[in-house]
Design a protein around this ligand. Structure first.
Ligand SMILES: Cc1cc2nc3c(=O)[nH]c(=O)nc-3n(C[C@H](O)[C@H](O)[C@H](O)COP(=O)(O)OP(=O)(O)OC[C@H]3O[C@@H](n4cnc5c(N)ncnc54)[C@H](O)[C@@H]3O)c2cc1C
Length: 372
């Protein structure tokens, strides 16, 4: 099936963002993608490009997230210039709404712990009571007690992002092979040999960006990817006149006018079905937040599976046993798309993830140490 500089396993947001960054470096690329039978978080997510509250327990992740958010406008412009597709990225600042005093207190406490961490990247988060929040979010319901606000939060259209990344890759001559699951990975001299039902692909470098599929593939090149599915359910309403400029962590109006209401956090294994009780709870909370949503019709609901590591932080790692093989996985692939394309890919192209920036993200952090 051919020989390439880099083979990327997985054509979701993570694989295509890294692939796009590599293509910008001039690499000859193949993206191998399993197809419609796969679980695809990239087609079922909420579309936030979110900074506030990220990184409690790993300040490096907070800095990495902020850097990606800062780079996002550049990614949006590059993709629009290359493909004509507008990913609808905007960073108007985002809100987390609290409906009880207890929620507000917990939020403040969590924010304090996050920002008190040594080496935490500084950025602004403000807590507003209901009265002040109303100036920025007219239409808030009487049950809203207060909000946290971060000017760095934004959102994008994740489906347009995925389409734009694929279109940009095609324009740059990358080979995209759909319905091509990678079954086996072996060394063949200096190259990686990837066995698929359609034949074998040879590549100098290998990126594992197969989402939940990484768990099976990583050990083939001497790494571990302890990722598990975590279900999220989402509702989408009919289109309504613009009423909400800012994204909230659970409600946002899309560039097309519909309102997305999300998104649950459920340990349900590989079950991606929708459940009435959860959807009803999310709708209830959205109506308490914006009572005007009460009369708006829901047109779609779905469940999708997040790609979750044990601590929720990404894995970026080069295999020590098989240099040239990289593992890339995270649960915020929209937020981190700019970081993956513009900040991570150049290091992968150079063949090295510098320790100063990436050591914290290695899956070796999950190794269990024997008691001394
Ligand atoms: C409900 C929900 C809400 C979310 N909200 C947000 C949000 O607001 N903001 C945000 O930043 N992120 C959000 N996310 C997370 C985001 O969607 C994911 O981080 C991102 O989509 C992961 O992309 P991925 O490419 O790693 O995985 P996927 O999209 O799952 O893609 C993996 C790809 O690998 C392929 N594959 C698997 N095995 C193989 C194999 N053996 N050979 C070849 N190909 C293979 C599959 O075909 C698939 O296309 C959300 C996720 C969910 C589920």
């Amino acid at each position: 099936m051919g020989a390439f500089d880099v083979a990327i396993v997985g054509g979701g947001l993570v694989g295509t963002a890294v692939a796009y960054g590599l293509a910008r470096q001039g690499a000859r690329i193949a993206v191998l993608d399993e197809g419609d039978v796969a679980f695809r978080a990239s087609r079922g997510n909420f579309g936030l490009v979110w900074v506030q509250s990220k990184g409690l327990g790993m300040p490096e992740y907070a800095a990495w997230t902020k850097a990606s958010s800062d780079a996002w406008a550049g990614l949006r412009d590059a993709l629009r210039d290359e493909t004509g597709i507008d990913t609808a990225f905007a960073r108007p600042g985002g809100f987390h709404v609290c409906l009880t005093d207890g929620e507000m207190e917990r939020r403040r406490e969590q924010n304090k712990r996050l920002h008190n961490q040594p080496d935490m990247v500084p950025y602004e988060v403000r807590f507003l009571d209901r009265k002040d929040a109303l100036d920025l979010l007219p239409g808030l319901g009487p049950e809203v007690v207060g909000v946290s606000y971060c000017p760095l939060d934004g959102h994008a259209n994740p489906l347009k992002l995925l389409r734009a990344l694929h279109a940009a890759l095609a324009r740059r001559g990358a080979a995209y092979r759909s319905n091509t699951p990678v079954q086996r990975i072996e060394r063949s001299g200096d190259a990686f040999a990837l066995t698929t039902p359609a034949g074998t692909i040879l590549s100098g470098k290998l990126i594992l960006a197969a989402g939940l599929g990484n768990a099976r593939l990583a050990p083939m090149v001497g790494m571990t990817a302890p990722v598990r599915p975590q279900r999220g359910q989402i509702l989408v309403t009919e289109r309504v006149a613009p009423f909400l400029k800012h994204p909230l962590v659970t409600v946002r109006q899309t560039d097309e006018g519909s309102v997305m209401i999300g998104d649950s956090l459920e340990e349900a294994g590989f079950d991606d079905r929708v459940g009435h009780a959860v959807v009803a709870m999310m709708a209830d909370r959205a109506v308490k937040t914006f009572p005007a949503l009460r009369g708006v019709r829901v047109v779609r609901t779905w469940g999708a599976l997040r790609v979750m590591t044990p601590d929720g932080f990404p894995i970026y790692q080069q295999s020590a046993e098989h240099p040239g093989a990289f593992l890339v996985t995270c649960h915020s692939g929209v937020t981190l798309a700019a970081g993956h394309a513009l900040n991570l890919a150049p290091h992968v192209a150079a063949g090295c993830l510098p320790d100063a920036a990436f050591a914290a993200f290695s899956a070796r952090r999950f190794d269990v140490r024997a008691a001394a």
